[in-house]
Design a protein around this ligand. Structure first.
Ligand SMILES: *Cc1c(COP(=O)(O)O)cnc(C)c1O
Length: 236
């Protein structure tokens, strides 16, 4: 007999929370130090409602338009929306008022445009700087080598508040290289912290997805973005 959707999502969520807590413990931390952002690109609003009812209020969309649509349909002020994918500059104005965190600030040009739009809206926008840690050619983000000087540039935009770094492990990566990618992001963060421009913080490390979040947490992730592990088996 098939379980109802509600039970499966709630089960998947509690299973994930348990795995997150275990990985956090292995890195000498508690589950409170790791935020789960549910990547909702695979599902519609009815399943998202079940997820919210099960206790997950941080939702991430990789496409701005999808975020606009779903946030309008759900119209739920308790949701914290995260933009986790590439933001095109012509979509900034509509996206900024909806999101609690942009994980994917991936170029100086984009960050400058966010700053300008935020000034018009009279808001300050929390962002993570996306780093292309694996060097994959098709990935967005700053190179690790340019980060130190870029942070100085980014710090001039007072409507953009840098909270940390975001990255994905390399696509071709095996287990060891995935761990190495995550460790590199943490090491880059620690190195940048030694000479951080005033007013910036690099407390957040957004790294880890369904297939590698436990490794990411062991290497210091404070935010994991998880989709398929949360929704798998649902609706079968
Ligand atoms: C889809 C997506 C995720 C989640 O991926 P899963 O492997 O399904 O957990 C995480 N981050 C980004 C940027 C995504 O687009």
């Amino acid at each position: 007999m098939a379980l109802p959707f509600v039970a499966r999502i709630a089960d998947n969520l509690s299973d994930l929370r348990w795995r997150i807590a275990s990985a956090a413990a292995r890195s000498g931390r508690t589950a409170e130090g790791v935020k789960l952002v549910a990547a909702t690109k695979y599902v519609g609003v009815s399943l998202i409602r079940e997820l919210i009812a099960a206790g997950c209020q941080d939702l991430g969309e990789s496409r701005p338009q999808e975020l606009w649509t779903k946030s309008a349909e759900l119209a739920d002020p308790s949701i914290n929306w995260h933009l986790i994918g590439h933001l095109q500059r012509n979509k900034i104005d509509r996206t900024l008022p909806l999101v609690s965190l942009i994980h994917s600030a991936d170029s100086l040009r984009l960050i400058r445009s966010i700053d300008q739009a935020a000034a018009v809206l009279d808001i300050v926008v929390p962002v993570l700087i996306e780093v292309n840690i694996s060097g994959d050619r098709e990935k967005h983000g700053f190179t690790p080598e340019e980060m130190e000087s870029r942070l100085v540039d980014i710090n001039m935009f007072d409507r953009v508040q840098v909270r940390g770094l975001m990255a994905m492990a390399g696509r071709e990566g095996d287990f060891d290289s995935t761990r190495r990618d995550f460790a590199s992001l943490r090491e880059l963060r620690d190195q940048l912290r030694r000479d951080l421009p005033d007013g910036m913080s690099l407390d957040e490390l957004s790294m880890g997805m369904s297939g590698d979040f436990e490794t990411a947490i062991e290497e210091g992730a404070t935010i994991v973005r998880i989709g398929s592990a949360l929704f798998e088996m649902v609706g079968e």
